[in-house]
Design a protein around this ligand. Sequence first.
Ligand SMILES: [Zn+2]
Ligand SMILES: [Zn+2]
Length: 254
Amino acid sequence: MELRILGCYGGSAPGYRLTSFLINNKVLVDAGSVTSSLTIKEQTDIEAVLLSHSHLDHVFGIPFLADNINGRKNAPIDIASVKEVIEPVKDHILNDRIWPDFTQIPHTISPVLRFKMIEEDAEFTINGLRVRAVKVSHSIPTVGYIIGDESGTIAYTADTGPTNKIWEKINQEKNLKFIITEVSYPNSMRGLAEISRHLTAEMLKEEIKKIAIPNLPIYIYHLKPAFIEEIKKDIASLNMPNVTLLAQGETYRF
Ligand SMILES: [Zn+2]
Ligand SMILES: [Zn+2]
């Protein structure tokens, strides 16, 4: 599996791109910075998008991706997630008011985008990847993903506050290579992290205790660019060698 980190921040500023990962050049996981990171050719090669939730920093690239690939592909791109995530994208973004409804363009038989509703915790296959969506504990309905192929599995918790189910699922995985999870705010802003259902480094430490697989690499994403230096210090002071920052622009292979 090849995982390319297009963007991995919980905000947008020069040098800090919104969350979006690309697996095997075909499957996008969240769409924050897809069109600001990939060439038109690379965007055209995408066959499916897995959405964790409908917050703008994770869906921002979908309207522009649809516009860029219109007329360049024979088959629609599947926008996949659970119903509670698909519906707001449909109703509030691709609604012919904020942006054209690209599930009807250029025509309904062969549109640019196609919504694919998935069920929580039901494994399905997409472009050779085994995928399972697991609900996490964010301020709106959100799923993390456990994604695997014959070479191994990764887990992405997406945006979440303290949670349990995805850690339980992770503990059942046999060939897990690494976890991507979040820290959004510095320890000094714990109140805001709790209200917005995100994590600080201190809160992450409690979450890590729920992981039963020892020394598993844990990559942190979703740092808010406005507080980046303080968050980095907080993560460093956890003194956990297996906990490092996810690197924007990096490609992870296994
Ligand atoms: Zn986010
Ligand atoms: Zn969010």
